[in-house]
Design a protein around this ligand. Structure first.
Ligand code: FAD
Length: 506
């Protein structure tokens, strides 16, 4: 009996490891040929797989590590050596993967069974038990908030009997500060690549077409590739940055790519850290007095709430979610998303963070990269594809609900209103506008912030869908206040902005 693990199943603490004769890992290069991924994403996944192989072997496990072009080829080699083998695999998160993998194994005369995937807290049945019968029509039912409270109660995390620790379920109000001018967050850890990882990095640079050129355009590779490094990243975060995570959770500062974020998503998505052990470490930090409740609750909400909710809403909404486009947005993404070349400070900062490290923090993803694409009218599928290629932590199960659902409002499965805003949001939450040649205070005319005219024309163009949706009343009262002359100037400015964005001169 063989345990087949994918590159997102690198959990050496899982019980099922001891229950099988051997572990099979297939390093399939076709995955990397399919899209021009960020070189750090490819290095991370392949290096983490090889490190995991070595780690398991050192612990006395038998590991068959197959290097092949495709899973099919890897399985051919496996079944040549072990005819009619019974394989077990943790349930993969990508839509359709279970059927695909089972088909590959069946075709080679083997059998494939699935076990719970430890990179998520809830099994599909457990989530469905909560979700069945709930709908998005009622905000208190099939929405994050209700699910999150349910899970807090079920797990007892940050609970004091039946009540939330600290008395509130949500500290968002305390999590919207921007840091003072002289704020300097501690440097996040840089995990120096060892020989195995360096070898993978050189191979990736030589072998694959990538999102940026890893030799010249990306910063040095820095991501944790082993469980030890991931645990160390967790400890460094708790020690040095967690206390300020909450208050600056939504802030952006020029030159600060990491802010006080944990940078743990890739380790968690690959299985190097379990979500619950990270949540428990966060709770411990609160109990030890190392982080305030607004930081701890804000972090737990992301990991226990959003991550889990996204995974299961995706599962239940596919395949429709990937194709959704309720606002019928069709524009191609502007070339600046690949080059980073734009005078808009916010967009240039966020895109270049992605180009350099395959990472931008949550508020740059949502309120700069997605927000701009949304008000510009970009195709949600194209944006999803871009996120999937550019980020080290990107997988279809997580980009699709975040990008198509949350960022593009292509479906209302995840929020009742779009995360769309003018330049004023970026101005309030960052220092980007200070150094930007565009004037955030102006909506129209040469030099006006591109976000502004795009935002107002976006609201007007999508009025039929948006006017009646949750909490949009105030915005539409501003739309109603504008006269024909203002609309004419906004239209003209938006058209110029679109033209400049399309030809790469914004
Ligand atoms: P922190 O800010 O420190 O948050 C803690 C943890 O919470 C993260 O490590 C992550 O595991 C989890 N988390 C927080 N928000 C979410 C969420 N909305 N969905 C899932 N997990 C969440 N996350 C990915 O893991 N991969 C992606 O490809 C991805 N793409 C995104 C695209 C868009 C448009 C948006 C709006 C969000 C996306 N997210 C994605 C969610 C979130 O932005 C990242 O998880 C987070 O920025 C990762 O950085 P961090 O580890 O420093 O997170």
């Amino acid at each position: 009996m063989t345990l087949w693990l994918l590159g997102t199943h690198l959990d050496r603490t899982a019980d099922y490891l001891a229950e099988h004769d051997r572990v099979l890992l297939v390093e399939a290069t076709a995955f990397a040929d399919r899209r021009p991924y960020h070189p750090h994403k490819l290095t991370l996944v392949f290096a983490a797989m090889r490190q995991f192989r070595d780690d398991l072997r050192e612990r006395g496990l038998t590991v068959d590590y197959r290097q092949a072009e495709t899973f099919a080829e890897g399985l051919d080699a496996h079944f040549d050596d072990h005819p009619e083998d019974d394989l077990t695999i943790p349930r993969p998160a990508a839509h359709g993967a279970e059927d695909r993998l089972r088909g590959l194994v069946d075709a080679r005369g083997g059998s494939l069974s699935f076990v719970a995937n430890p990179t998520f807290l809830l099994t599909p049945d457990e989530f469905d038990e909560w979700a069945d019968g709930r709908t998005t029509n009622d905000p208190d039912t099939y929405r994050l908030e209700g699910f999150y409270r349910h899970l807090r109660r079920e797990t007892g995390v940050l609970m004091d009997g039946d009540e939330p620790v600290g008395g509130e379920w949500n500290y968002d109000e305390e999590n919207r500060e921007t840091p003072p001018d002289d704020w300097e967050p501690p440097e996040p850890p840089l995990f120096e690549p060892d020989e195995t990882t360096r070898e993978v990095g050189s191979w990736v640079d030589a072998e694959f077409e990538t999102f940026v050129d890893g030799d010249t355009e990306a910063a040095p590779f820095r991501w944790p590739v082993t469980r030890e490094e991931s645990l160390s990243a967790l400890e460094t975060f708790v020690d040095a940055r967690f206390a300020e995570f909450g208050r600056y959770q939504d802030a952006m500062v020029a030159g600060e790519w990491a802010m006080s974020h944990s940078l743990l998503s890739a380790s968690i998505n690959l299985g190097l850290l379990r979500p619950m052990e990270v949540v428990e470490r966060a709770e411990q930090a609160y109990e030890d007095g190392d982080a305030p409740i607004n930081s701890v609750e804000g972090f737990v909400r992301q990991l226990l709430g959003w991550r889990e909710f996204m995974r299961h809403v995706y599962r239940r909404s596919m395949p429709e979610m990937a194709e959704a486009n309720q606002l019928d947005q069709r524009e191609e993404l502007p070339p600046a998303y690949w080059t980073g070349e734009t005078d808009m400070t916010c967009l240039s900062e966020a895109v270049n963070h992605v180009r350099e490290r395959g990472y931008a923090h949550h508020i740059e993803r949502l309120m700069v990269l997605s927000n701009f694409a949304l008000v510009y009218g970009a195709d949600p599928g194209a944006l999803n594809e871009w996120f999937h290629q550019g980020f080290v932590d990107a997988f279809h199960w997580v980009t699709t609900p975040n990008v198509v659902g949350m960022g593009s409002f292509a479906t209302d499965a995840l929020s009742s209103k779009p995360y769309a805003s003018s330049g004023s949001y970026v101005n309030r939450m960052s220092d980007y506008c200070k150094s930007c040649p565009y004037a955030v205070s102006r909506d129209t005319g040469e030099g006006a912030c591109p976000f502004n005219s795009l935002y107002w024309t976006f609201l007007r163009d999508n009025e039929e869908t948006l006017r009646g949706t949750g909490r949009m009343g105030l915005m539409y009262s501003h739309v109603d206040d504008k006269d024909d002359e203002e609309w004419e100037a906004l239209e003209a400015r938006a058209e110029t902005v679109r033209e400049k964005a399309r030809n790469g001169t914004l």
